[in-house]
Design a binder for this molecule. Structure first.
Ligand code: TXA
Ligand code: MG
Length: 321
């Protein structure tokens, strides 16, 4: 499609999901709801379809994509789950907001660009009922990064998707706002049971580690040589300066509040980090749209999903180089 045409938006009912399945089968791009954020999906087994994702997002080719599957059984066709606890974790935590990075199988049949030349593949079985139904209807896995232009704020509603990608995606499946609000936790477990939390998210990796090992997770060693914009210092950028840990606000600042600090947009007046996670990107989108040139953000406790919120806020506050 050309940039000039508006993207089609359909309600995510049975008919809408069936239409999305057809567009995907033909190699098209569909924005899909997941329990975390909206994804920009294409069939993961087709080079041309995957290339369209990179082009629509303006995403650098060295940043690999997450492959979405129905369940652990399907995941095992693409990645090696023979490691000590991997099968168990996939069985226990899927469907859900956890991405597992495992060795890619030689016979995976995925488009090369999906893994950007890495020997590993990121796999996740999402919990959103619409995405689950879609994955049941198609006979291929779905590559899907967050449905935003590269480096910009992730979308938690169809409106956010259109603000960033209108005309660059064939179809948007509208299921309203998403529930978890921040992207999945990304966990890499190496062949020798080395754990690396590559991205904090809704699933608590330290708690998972304790569950399987009965001791604390060893101090996180640096992740193994992966250069991925989602892990770069500057990302999730709202396009204006962001000041963190703010308790007061300047006249030219849009204030994102939390708890006792009431803002122009408040993450959670009750001081609840889970509620704050669901509102994080909506507030950042509102702040980006506002006529004030700068953004200030109240402190958010670094507990539970608060760690994921602070991770994203730090990246939003780091100017692009
Ligand atoms: O919640 C989510 O994970 C959402 C929804 C749509 O599923 N997706 C998402 O995708 O956040 P994206 O592309 O915005 O972030 C995926 C992250 C990137 O930082 C990428 O570098 C990393 O996953 N990644 C993908 N494959 C990897 C691999 N083989 N090794 C290490 N990191 C990988
Ligand atoms: Mg993203």
């Amino acid at each position: 499609m050309s940039d000039k045409d508006a993207s089609a938006v359909v309600l995510a009912d049975e008919e809408g999901i069936a239409r999305a399945a057809k567009v995907l089968a033909a190699g098209g791009l569909v924005a899909v709801p997941t329990e975390t954020v909206y994804g920009l999906a294409a069939r993961a087994d087709d080079d041309a379809a995957v290339a369209r994702i990179y082009a629509a997002k303006g995403r650098p080719g060295f940043n690999p994509l997450i492959v979405h599957v129905r369940d652990a059984e399907q995941a095992a066709r693409y990645g090696d789950f023979s490691g000590p606890v991997l099968q168990d974790i996939a069985g226990a935590r899927w469907p859900g907001p956890l991405t597992l990075v495992v060795e890619r199988r030689q016979d995976a049949g995925l488009a090369e660009a999906v893994t950007a030349g890495l020997p590993t593949v990121a796999l996740r079985a999402p919990a959103h009922p619409v995405m689950r139904r879609l994955l049941e209807m198609v006979d291929f896995p779905l590559a899907a990064p967050s449905a935003n232009r590269s480096g910009f704020i992730s979308p938690t509603s169809p409106e956010h998707v259109l603000a960033s990608l209108d005309g660059r995606v064939d179809l948007v499946l509208d299921a309203g706002p998403t529930e978890a609000g921040v992207e999945s936790t990304i966990l890499r477990i190496g062949p020798g049971d080395e754990w690396h939390e590559l991205r904090p998210g809704p699933v608590d990796v330290a708690a998972l580690y304790r569950h399987y090992h009965d001791r604390e997770m060893p101090g996180a060693p640096a992740a193994e040589g992966i250069t991925a914009p989602g892990q770069l210092a500057s990302h999730y950028a709202p396009g204006k300066p962001v000041r963190l840990e703010a308790s007061e606000v300047a006249p030219d600042e849009f204030l994102i509040g939390f708890g006792a600090v009431a803002g122009d947009c408040t993450l959670s007046a009750a001081g609840d980090v889970n509620e704050a996670a669901t509102r994080l990107y909506a507030c950042l989108h509102e702040a980006a749209r506002s006529d004030r040139p700068r953004i200030a953000v109240a402190p958010v406790p670094d507990e539970g999903v608060g760690r994921a919120i602070n991770d994203r806020l730090r990246r939003a506050a780091t100017p692009p180089d």
